[in-house]
Design a protein around this ligand. Sequence first.
Ligand code: HEC
Length: 162
Amino acid sequence: MTALAHSATEGRNTARSLFWILGAIAFSGLVACTAVGPVTPVPTPRVPTDNLRLVAVLTPAPSVPGDPNAGRQIFVTQACPSCHTLRGVQASGVIGPNLTNITLRPTLGGGAIQNTPENLARWIKNAPSVKPGIAMPAFESLTDQQVRDLAAFLYSVPYNVQ
Ligand code: HEC
């Protein structure tokens, strides 16, 4: 065999092995892909903080009658959030005052009555009877227990991390 013919054979052999190597890489890539399956991007779960807060068990304020957890449910299912903002639940109304930490104020309705758990329940049940002419409707359909629960909920707000 001449030197030329020899190197030509060698070239062919190299090309052939290169073909097999590349083929093997491509094949193992294919196997790996089918083994793993199609890669579906998994979105980072968004923590629905407001909803988490809605299921978190609330610490009641000391010596306030009523159930703050029941009160929270009543608050979000009644019309309260359409007029009031309250941090920690989905309530962003602006017709009435912001009720976050309302219980830390000395009076209700801008001095209309002293702020106590009983007066807060009374206010919620029938605010226009306490301060006539205001834009907050009476909630006569709520039971005494329900308005007490609402008051207990508002009183619990400063005792719960938001
Ligand atoms: C249609 C609008 C509206 C709805 C619905 C409403 N409110 Fe009000 N609320 C007001 C307005 C307006 C005031 C301010 C009254 C004033 O002092 O002039 C107010 C005042 C209050 C206050 C006293 C705030 C303060 O700063 O003294 C509390 C407590 C309150 N609302 C609780 C509630 C709760 C609980 C609900 C649901 C059961 C509710 N409100 C539903 C409009 C509303």
